[in-house]
Write a protein that binds this ligand. Structure first.
Ligand code: KG4
Ligand code: ZN
Length: 337
């Protein structure tokens, strides 16, 4: 079974080919021009997807050594995400499947992130708890089986990555802010400033990151912080980054670990762009070792938005025989079901 997977839900145009569960190619064109606007501009993202979709799909097929007529199915994301962006990959995928007379699978982007943990040779065993942390999402999910999920909690306001991006902007650092904060935090003191941790009610698995972001803003006003090109070397910036990062990571870790304990799982997994954070990885590794939990984090190219995770879900759906209708439409607010 050879399946093409297409991902265009935000600002990455990506396509991948999977054969019998083995990944043959994964090609991603990141739309780097959003950097100059300090964030993703939806209209420009969909225009760029239009230009990139054909070359990206062609490259994924040629890298895999597979021709279009050898495909057994096409899978594409139908939500959640930016409607104009989703529509490009979804319409392309459905048309391709129809033209080739093969099945089409609509894929939930969040389900794809969760199952991206099954792309690597070493995989978590069911049931496992996964934390998906990206620019658009923060979700803690108990994965009982491949298509059986229990959403334990998600963010009530900003996603974790969004908070990193917004705080970086306040500090005059470039977009995306996560890698910038990660870099500066390494030189700072995480205990320098006591930013608030939002644990919400008792043992809630919901998240909230707008409070910590606002408290960074108030702190900057109080100390009369001025954005400047020399801030890169400033100890104050390093301390703010380290303290803010610690506040976010404390919450992410505490909720992930207590979910693992509550549901008696042995395996925990993390996915999404924020999973690239070096301090998060270090602390998770330590915490997992202390509790004899097995920790899974996909390779960076499978953490951020990618076609490989979509192709994998398509493959699993094909095995289950759950084909999507070609009338399937884009659902920007699609939930995990
Ligand atoms: O999954 P992703 O590539 O795209 C989506 O949002 O779906 O995630 C991007 C997010 C951005 O908010 C970016 O700042 C964050 O992941 N990110 C990081 C790091 N690298 C990327 N956040 C913290 N530390 C990092 N090293
Ligand atoms: Zn994503």
């Amino acid at each position: 079974m050879t399946i093409l997977g297409i991902e265009t839900s935000c600002d990455e145009t990506s396509a991948a080919v999977i054969r019998d569960g083995k990944l043959l190619s994964n090609v991603t064109a990141a739309q780097l021009f959003h950097k100059e606007y300090g964030g993703v501009v939806p209209e420009l993202a969909s225009r760029a997807h239009q230009k990139l979709i054909v070359p990206v799909v062609d490259e994924a097929l040629s890298k895999a050594g597979v021709s279009k007529t050898q495909l057994d199915a096409v899978a594409a994301v139908y939500g959640p995400g930016l409607i104009g962006s989703i529509l490009v990959g979804l319409s392309f995928g459905k048309s391709m499947a129809q033209g080739l007379g093969i099945p089409f699978f609509g894929v939930n982007h969040m389900e794809a992130h969760i199952l991206s943990n099954l792309l690597e040779e070493s995989k978590p065993s069911f049931p496992f708890v996964t934390l998906t942390v990206s620019g658009g999402h923060t979700q803690l999910v108990l994965v009982k089986e491949a298509f059986e999920y229990q959403l334990l909690g998600e963010t009530k306001d900003d996603a974790a990555g969004e908070a990193f991006d917004k705080v970086a902007k306040l500090l005059g650092l470039s977009y995306p802010g996560g890698p910038e904060i990660d870099k500066h935090a390494a030189k700072g003191n995480p205990k320098a400033i006591d930013f608030p941790r939002s644990y919400l009610d008792g043992d809630s698995f919901e998240f909230s990151f707008s409070g910590v972001k606002t408290s960074v803003l108030y702190y900057l006003r109080r100390v009369g912080f001025q954005k400047s090109s020399e801030n890169g070397d400033s100890n104050l910036v390093a301390d703010i980054c380290a303290s803010f990062q610690a506040a976010v990571l404390d919450v992410l870790l505490q909720k992930l670990l207590s979910a693992a304990e509550k549901f008696h799982v042995r395996d925990i997994a993390v996915a999404g762009g924020v999973a690239a954070n070096s301090e998060l990885r270090r602390r998770l590794k330590d915490a997992a070792a202390q509790r004899t939990l097995r920790l899974f984090i996909p390779k960076f190219e499978y953490c951020t938005d990618n076609g490989a995770m979509v192709a994998l879900v398509g493959y699993l759906k094909m095995k289950e025989g759950v084909v999507s209708d070609l009338e399937l439409t884009a659902e920007p607010n699609l939930e995990l079901r």
